[in-house]
Design a binder for this molecule. Structure first.
Ligand code: HOZ
Length: 433
């Protein structure tokens, strides 16, 4: 497989862009080798600068639930662009997208659009602090809520991939108000509430943890958080940046039937353009400026192209059989991959929630990981070898042992079959057969 053009682009990139990438998770630091540079995508495929084609399960880290370059989304962006790319004034598409989101997600009585998941979570936290008059936030180890100061302790995603404990540059004052507990550990969460419950503004949680590999919530965990927040006057924030519109139109809160006070969105809601959103109870959201004293703003927030892409995507997701069809292909991938892994002595475990999946390189694991500490017992080095061998076979997973994969509606049985063959060959290669 040729890599000359990607290599040359990387050599130019590292001279100007830190690490040659504009987001750390794109670097191949944890898996070895240099990043490939992508020139285009279509349906389930990405093509790199050297003309290699890959079946893509990164899907832009989650947004591309319809696959790459879906015609309906491109048409909507094109139509919007003809009328102008940005106004900084209110537009009809913002209202339409707000209506769609509120109709789909019952807990969202009011919504504010921003430009990224990070903006959504940091704004939701400021709002929770403004509403409750408290400073502390409780998050779970291995969860990632974007790169705002308050969320970087024991964070997942790139922080986990690079093995750094937090981030330089976060003031002690910002970090001291962040409490952490292990994911799925209601006991420790209860103890924290028993000690400082009256100071906690919010609990923020990925309702399915998707940034430390995949850790599903155990029975009772999400309802338990709801009860604790209610008992202590704290707000419950579901970070649905990954799960929103992915586990169904109502996201993880619909899937697990737990109602948060505030939710944050990103990825799918923008259909591949930069959109985030936070929303929830009207009495809380009405504290946001210009109605209330909690300030948050953005020149490009509610951008017409981004709103058009989001609207076209949510329209496609509203087709009655959309999520059933996605489930069928995701289940076929799960069944096939579990068989292939069985053939290879269960060298890894395949877990999934709906169309989000994870290959956990922990031999003979008989249950999904329960928390970050358990996820970290996997063989990340072996994942790196597998990742590179699989890329050679034309299938792209994330270049990190701590990231999940995504199935899109453009993935079909033929792509699943090709993936199974590629995985089998990659495993044979790394096992030296
Ligand atoms: N949440 C994404 C990875 N888990 C973020 C992608 C990025 O950091 O670039």
């Amino acid at each position: 497989m040729r890599r000359e053009r990607s290599t040359k682009l990387f050599e130019r990139a590292v001279k100007l862009i830190p690490g040659g990438v504009n987001s750390p998770v794109r670097a191949f630091k944890a898996v070895g080798g240099n990043p490939i540079f992508i020139s285009r995508g279509e349906g389930p495929f990405i093509h790199d600068a050297d003309g290699n084609r890959y079946i893509d399960y990164v899907c832009s880290w989650g947004p591309l639930i319809l696959g790459h370059a879906p015609a309906a989304v491109l048409d909507a962006i094109g139509r919007a662009a003809k009328d102008g790319t940005s106004f900084g004034w209110a537009t009809a598409r913002e209202v339409e997208l707000a209506e769609r989101v509120a109709n789909a997600v019952p807990s969202v009585e009011r919504v504010r659009f921003v430009n990224s998941g990070t903006e959504a979570t940091m704004s939701a936290l400021r709002l929770a602090r403004g509403f409750t008059g408290r400073d502390r936030v409780l998050k779970f180890s291995g969860c990632y809520h974007g790169h705002a100061d308050a969320f970087l302790s024991e964070a997942g995603s790139g922080v986990a991939t690079l093995g750094i404990p937090g981030s330089a540059g976060v003031p002690v004052g910002a970090a001291k108000d962040t409490l952490t507990a292990p994911y799925n550990d209601l006991e420790q969460t209860r103890e924290l509430f028993a000690t400082v419950g009256g100071e906690i503004a919010a609990v923020i949680v990925e309702p399915v943890a998707c940034n430390m590999g995949l850790v599903p919530p155990q029975d009772g965990f999400l309802p338990g958080l709801r009860e604790l927040c209610d008992a202590h006057g704290a707000l419950l924030i579901f970070d649905e940046v990954i799960t929103g519109f992915r586990l169904g139109l109502a996201g993880a809160q619909g899937y697990y039937k737990v109602r948060p006070d505030l939710s944050t969105f990103g990825k799918v809601i923008g259909g591949g353009l930069p959109v985030g959103a936070y929303g929830g109870r009207a009495d809380i959201m009405e504290k946001v400026a210009p109605l209330g004293p909690v300030y948050q703003a953005g020149t490009l927030s509610g951008n017409p192209l981004a709103m058009a892409a989001g609207l076209a995507t949510l329209e496609a997701l509203s087709r009655p059989s959309f999520y059933d069809d996605l489930e069928r292909v995701s289940a076929a991938l799960a069944t096939g991959l579990s068989e292939v892994l069985g053939k290879h002595d269960h060298i890894a475990r395949f877990d999934r929630v709906a169309s989000i999946f994870y290959l956990w390189f922990k031999a003979n694991a008989d249950h999904p990981a329960r928390d970050y500490a358990e996820i970290k017992t996997a063989d990340a080095g072996l994942y790196g070898k597998f990742f590179n061998a699989l890329l050679q076979q034309g299938v792209a997973l994330a270049p990190s042992a701590f990231e999940v994969g995504f199935v899109s509606s453009s993935h079909q049985q033929t792509h699943v079959d090709a993936t199974l063959t590629a995985v089998d060959r990659a495993l044979e290669q790394i096992r030296g057969r």
